[in-house]
Design a binder for this molecule. Structure first.
Ligand code: URA
Length: 223
């Protein structure tokens, strides 16, 4: 007889057992603090759940909280959040009107000296965290989803999605009537020099304005 330990398949990490049946965002955000669906909770200060208007028309999805977000317990409050705020302002979108979240709710990092350096979540961690994003989508029911960066775009739209080919364009999806993706607002922080940083910022702001125009067109049609 085969011994159980040798034949049993390792369980696929998932947040599913930690997600309560509620669609109340406060209840969900509280429950996310107890999530041990994958190992990322071990290195994080807390889970960073989405926040914003409960029935926002637009949901922005980033990759994962960064160092500042991990400490504050709120999404996009660090340097990437500042650029997101600027893009929203220039595009005429009020941050209080939208819902902002991440594909992964715990900060993944590695030490470099005294600093905690962002480490990209892998496919297993993104998949494990998906039940939280799904329940946020069910609770908010946004009319538009804007994915910020390739990781968020692939988490929402599938791994075959190529940001380089489809950024700023509407992408058909069962998740919302309008779904699109742009670069991550932390991209300029990684640019090698001032000139490329300026270029990346200009492109992000231009994408944001284009997305805002698309949203307004969609709203006019739906009215
Ligand atoms: N980057 C993200 O993707 N999300 C945050 O909340 C902060 C930085």
């Amino acid at each position: 007889m085969a011994r159980k330990g040798l034949t049993a398949k390792a369980a696929v990490p998932t947040a599913a057992p930690f997600v309560p049946p509620s669609r109340n965002l406060r209840v969900l955000a509280k429950a996310a603090q107890d999530c041990k669906g994958c190992d990322l909770w071990k290195g994080a200060t807390q889970a960073v759940f989405g926040e914003g208007r409960p029935h926002a028309k637009v949901m922005f999805v980033g990759e994962q909280p960064g160092d500042k977000e991990d400490l504050a317990g709120r999404p996009f409050v660090g340097p990437a959040g500042k650029l997101l705020d600027r893009a929203l302002q220039e595009a005429g979108i009020y941050r209080g009107e939208v819902y902002v979240t991440n594909a992964v709710k715990h900060f993944k990092w590695e030490p470099r000296g005294k600093r905690r350096i962002h480490k990209k979540p892998n496919a297993i961690e993104i998949h494990a965290c998906r039940p939280w994003l799904d329940v946020e989508l069910e609770a908010v029911k946004p009319e538009a989803i804007v994915c910020l960066g390739a990781t968020a775009a692939q988490a929402v739209l599938g791994r075959q999605f190529r940001l380089t080919q489809h950024r700023g364009q509407p992408v058909p999806s069962p998740l919302a009537p309008m779904v699109t993706a742009t670069v991550h607002p932390s991209a300029p922080l990684r640019a090698p020099d001032d000139e490329s940083r300026r270029r990346v910022i200009a492109a992000f702001l231009a994408d944001s304005r284009r997305i805002a125009r698309m949203l307004r067109r969609y709203e006019r049609k739906a009215a």
